[in-house]
Ligand binder design. Structure first.
Ligand SMILES: [Zn+2]
Length: 342
C-alpha cells in the first residue's frame, strides 16, 4: 500500500510507493567507474588550467595557484552568473536583473577521486572549513542575498566533471522555494520558540526507526517524507550555528558522521549518483522578513541533505513537484544501520 506523506520540512508531498521498487529501470548496483583523466583541470599540478584561485587550504610553504593544496576554490569557467556584472534591476512586464552573482567551484581534493565515499576524514574536515570560509566571505557582499551550496556526483545527478567538486552559486534574489522555507521556519520559531528541524529531529530520535547514526551533537536520519530513496539528512537538535559559523569542534564530529553515512549508502547501493546540499542561512536583512536575521541560529538548524539519484523523474514529478519514492525511509534506515564503519 502506498502513502502520500506530507513533508513538513519542505512543505510538499511525496508518494512512498514500495510496489514500484521492482520496475526494471531500478539500478542498484552500477559497476565502479573509471578514474583516469590526464586532462583534468582540477588535478594537482594543473592549476594553470583554471582561473586564478579565490581561496585554498594549502600545505605550509606552497604558493598560490601552484601544487600543494588540499582544497581549492576557483571561479566557475562556465558561469551561470558573474560577480563582475552590474546589479541592475529592469522592471516591467518582462522584468529581469543583469546576470549578477557568484559562481564558484570548490575543488574538494587534489586527487582525482570519483566519489565522496572515498574521501578521508581529513578531506571532509578541509571541505567543511572551505565552505565555511567561502560563505563567511560572501556574507560581506551586501549584493548577495542567497547562496546555494551543492554537490552533484555522477551523471544521474547532473555532473559533467568527474573530479570531485562542489558548487557555490550566490544570487541577488532568493529562490521562491528557499524564501518560503525561511519564512516557514521563522513563523514556526515565532509560535513555538524552536526550529522546525529541531522539533522533527527530536521526535525522530525518540522514535528511532528512521535514525541511521549519531556522532557528537549530530544525527543522520532518513526523513519521514523522503523524496529520494535512501535520502539522508544530517542535522542537530542543538543550535550549533550555520555553515559559515560552525565551530571546529562541530566540524570534527560532523565530518566522521558524514563519511560513515556515505560509506553505509555505498554498501547498500553500490556506486550511486547523488546530489548533496548544504543549508545556508539567509544572508542580508531586507531580503527576508525583518527580525529573522537576529534569530537565525535559533530558527534554523544547519543541515546536510544527501539525495541518491537512483530513479529518473518524469512528467508527474516535473509538473506537480510531487516525487514518487519506492523505498520507505523506515526500510532505508534499517538497512543503513546494519553496517558500522567507526
Ligand atoms: Zn581530476
Amino acid at each position: 500500500m502506498s502513502e502520500i506523506r506530507y513533508d513538513r520540512l519542505h512543505d510538499t508531498h511525496v508518494i512512498i510507493a514500495p510496489e514500484r521498487l521492482h520496475r526494471p529501470d531500478c539500478n542498484f548496483a552500477e559497476p565502479e567507474k573509471k578514474v583516469v583523466d590526464e586532462q583534468c583541470p582540477f588535478y594537482e599540478g594543473h592549476e594553470s588550467m583554471t582561473p586564478p584561485e579565490i581561496f585554498a587550504i594549502r600545505k605550509p610553504s606552497s604558493f598560490k595557484n601552484e601544487a600543494g593544496w588540499q582544497t581549492r576554490v576557483v571561479p566557475n569557467l562556465y558561469k551561470a552568473v558573474q560577480i563582475e556584472a552590474p546589479l541592475q534591476h529592469h522592471y516591467g512586464l518582462f522584468e529581469h536583473l543583469e546576470g549578477f552573482g557568484a559562481h564558484e567551484v570548490i575543488i574538494d581534493t587534489p586527487e582525482h577521486h570519483t566519489s565522496m565515499t572515498q574521501w578521508s576524514e581529513e578531506n571532509v574536515i578541509h571541505w567543511l572549513k572551505t565552505l565555511r570560509a567561502r560563505v563567511a566571505d560572501l556574507r560581506g557582499d551586501h549584493r548577495i542575498a542567497y547562496i546555494s551550496l551543492f554537490k552533484n556526483e555522477g551523471t544521474e545527478a547532473g555532473s559533467t566533471q568527474q573530479h570531485s567538486h562542489t558548487q557555490l552559486i550566490g544570487l541577488p534574489i532568493i529562490p521562491k522555494v528557499e524564501r518560503e522555507a525561511y519564512q516557514r521556519s521563522y513563523n514556526h520559531y515565532k509560535h513555538h520558540a524552536n526550529a522546525i528541524l529541531e522539533t522533527v529531529l527530536a521526535h525522530e530520535e525518540e522514535d528511532g526507526q528512521r535514525i541511521v547514526a549519531k556522532q557528537g551533537d549530530f544525527t543522520a536520519f532518513c526523513p519521514y517524507a523522503s523524496a529520494y530513496p535512501f535520502e539522508v539528512i544530517i542535522s542537530s537538535t542543538k543550535a550549533l550555528g550555520q555553515v559559515d559559523t560552525l565551530s571546529d569542534e562541530s566540524i570534527e564530529s560532523l565530518a566522521p558522521l558524514l563519511l560513515i553515512t556515505l560509506k553505509k549508502l555505498k554498501k547498500q547501493l553500490g556506486c550511486f549518483d547523488f546530489n548533496l546540499s548544504v543549508s545556508t542561512p539567509p544572508l542580508q536583512e531586507g531580503t527576508v522578513e525583518h527580525g529573522l536575521l537576529a534569530c537565525v541560529d535559533e530558527a534554523f538548524r544547519f543541515e546536510i541533505r544527501i539525495m541518491p539519484r537512483i530513479y529518473k523523474h518524469g512528467g508527474f514529478e516535473q509538473t506537480t513537484g510531487v516525487i514518487i519514492n519506492p523505498v520507505t525511509p523506515e526500510l532505508a534506515a534499517a538497512l543503513l544501520r546494519e553496517h558500522d564503519y567507526v
